[in-house]
Design a protein around this ligand. Structure first.
Ligand code: NAD
Length: 310
């Protein structure tokens, strides 16, 4: 298949690109001009790279030429900060995606795979693990725009028969994740441990989220790209809630180092526990997370150490 990976130079995108190339697909990457291609080292000679702005229809339209499948990974906002400027969130994610969908129909694209957010579209869970049928009441703009895009995908399928799959992701972690990000506790904690910097934890560290390793995420994308899944929306996650204190303890175990931790008063915006039910993906895609928590953290730690050594 000829695949276009939007945001293909990023954390998830670059791993998906490597896997698509390894499986013999033709790959075109679309990402911001002048973006670092460091993440693409492995596949750079086998892919086509187009620089452009996702929000510029004159950039996006030619990138869709001759494409079978679009993997849509461009995201311009993060959950917390998205509430500071919801108008920007809508303009840069929803409007951009609507232009993409319209162009995709015109160019004869067969299928779109969208990276939605299992951590935000459901809002405050009424129970855990959260299945795909749980009500959706996001408490941040990021979750609202992800959900809006899901609805537009359904509309474009209804109107124009544009095929699509939505993956509602929990928190992937692994090699190439940025340690300076405000998102992704595993990467941030590992990075601070490596740099001997203090880690701030709001609350007592009991807040728990669902983490899963990047190669499991890639496997889920490969499955939905290469098959015709019976459902439209799948949770993709580890299916287990891990507290911030559990992350610290596995880091101690794997690295042999003692992270410097500062506990600060809890924040109202933090939901105490969240994890996703992945039974539907197990039943219908034959997918389940394969990499253990300890193994995933150990692999990520090795990569962080190596990339710091240069
Ligand atoms: N990482 C997570 O924890 C997580 C969880 C759930 C959903 N997601 C979603 O998955 C997607 C990918 O996440 P990631 O962690 O790989 O992010 P990332 O920031 O590593 O990658 C996103 C890529 O999109 C590119 N991009 C951003 N704005 C662009 C624009 N206007 N035009 C062209 N390219 C642009 C960036 O340069 C980057 O390479 C995002 O949509 C994100 O919201 C991520």
């Amino acid at each position: 298949m000829h695949c276009l990976v939007l945001g293909g130079a990023g954390f998830m995108g670059s791993h998906i690109v490597d896997a698509l190339v390894a499986r013999g697909h033709r790959v075109r990457i679309f990402d911001l001009p002048n973006i670092s291609t460091l993440n693409l080292k492995k596949s750079i000679d086998s892919v086509e790279i187009r620089g452009g702005d996702f929000n510029n229809v004159n950039d996006i339209s030619p990138a869709l030429e001759d494409i079978d499948v679009v993997v849509h990974l461009v995201g311009t906002t993060l959950p917390g900060p998205s509430n500071e400027n919801p108008a920007y969130d809508v303009e840069s994610n929803v409007i951009g995606t609507l232009n993409l969908l319209k162009q995709a129909v015109g160019k004869g694209v067969k299928k779109i795979i969208f990276s939605s957010s299992g951590g935000t579209v459901y809002g405050i869970p009424r129970f855990v693990p959260v299945p795909e049928t749980h009500e959706t009441n996001p408490v941040c703009s990021y979750g609202i725009t992800k959900l809006t895009i899901e609805k537009y995908l359904a509309l474009f399928h209804h109107l124009y028969n544009l095929d699509y799959t939505v993956l509602r992701l929990a928190n992937p972690y692994g090699e190439r994740q940025r340690i300076d990000n405000v998102q992704g506790a595993v990467a941030v904690f590992l990075g601070k441990t490596l740099l001997r910097q203090p880690i701030t934890i709001w609350g007592d560290g009991s807040i728990a989220r669902d983490y899963f390793y990047i190669s499991d995420l890639v496997q889920a994308f490969m499955t939905v790209i290469e098959s015709d899944p019976p459902s439209r929306i799948y949770n993709i996650a580890g299916g287990i809630a891990r507290s911030l204190n559990e992350i610290l303890s596995v880091i101690r175990e794997v690295t042999g180092l003692q992270p410097i931790v500062r506990y600060a008063p809890g924040r109202r915006l933090d939901v105490p526990v969240n994890c996703l039910d992945v039974q539907l993906a197990k039943n219908e895609l034959g997918w389940q997370p394969e990499i253990s928590w300890e193994e995933g953290i150990a692999r990520t730690w090795e990569w962080f150490k190596k990339s710091r050594e240069g």
